[in-house]
Structures are given as C-alpha cells and as structure tokens.
Write a protein that binds this ligand. Structure first.
Ligand code: ZN
Length: 133
C-alpha cells in the first residue's frame, strides 16, 4: 500500500518512516502519539491505490453476480420446461374429465353442476400460466 502525505504531497510506503525522515519527528514523539491514538497519522495520509483495488473488487463481485444470474436463468429455463409439461398434463386431465362429465351430466343436479364449474375455475389459472423472464 502506498500513501500520499497531505502535507508535503509526496508518496511513501511507510507512514512512520515518512514522518521521521521527511518531517523530522522523533521516534519517541511518534510512539507517544500512537499510544494516545493509534490513528494519529492516518488522516494526514491518503491511501493510494485504494480506489483501484475497490474497482478490482467491484469487478470480481460483478463477474460473480453475472455468473449467478446466468445460473438462475438456466434454472428458470429448465423449470419453465417442467411447467410446460405439467400444463400439458393438466390439459389432458381436464379433457379426460370433460369427456367423463359429458357422459354423466344428464344425471347431475343443478347444485352438482355448480360445484364442478367452481372446481374448473380453480384449475383454470394453471392452464394459462406463462413464465416470462
Ligand atoms: Zn510529508
């Protein structure tokens, strides 16, 4: 990590060394101020390369996010295929049921017909279910 001194605007690799060599602080003075506050000199320096490493981290996160997105997308595609098959099954069941019903409708009372219509209205949404992504 490189640091830029906000006072003299030069860069260094070691804050303490910089304060000693460039600004003439004594070792004991520095040690005393660090004992009082371990962040004593941090605000006087700017981390260089922090932004660069942040961007790099962001890139890695983004790539990870993209790969997760693609994984989810392919899962959705396969689920969507399963749903299509289920829709077809339901449609076939409904057809078979309709045929059976039509043969016994003659014997049904009005209230029984009402119940059957209600059941069909519950099944209906599954027949028109469409997946979009
Ligand atoms: Zn300096």
């Amino acid at each position: 990590m490189k640091y830029k001194c906000r006072t003299c605007l030069t860069t260094c690799n070691d804050i303490i060394e910089h304060i000693k060599k460039v600004h003439g602080f004594s070792e004991s003075y520095i040690n005393d101020s660090l004992k009082t506050n371990s962040n004593s000199y941090k605000n006087s320096f700017e981390k260089i390369g922090q932004l660069k490493s942040d961007i790099e981290k962001f890139r890695i996160d983004l790539a990870d996010h993209d790969s997760q997105k693609n994984k989810l997308k392919s899962e959705i595609t396969s689920q969507s295929g399963t749903i299509k098959l289920l829709q077809n099954d339901i449609r076939d069941e409904q057809k078979a049921l309709s045929i059976r019903l039509s043969t016994i409708t003659g014997r049904l009372t009005t209230s029984n017909l009402f119940l059957i219509t209600s059941i069909f209205s519950l099944v209906e949404p599954f027949l028109i279910l469409e997946y979009q992504y």
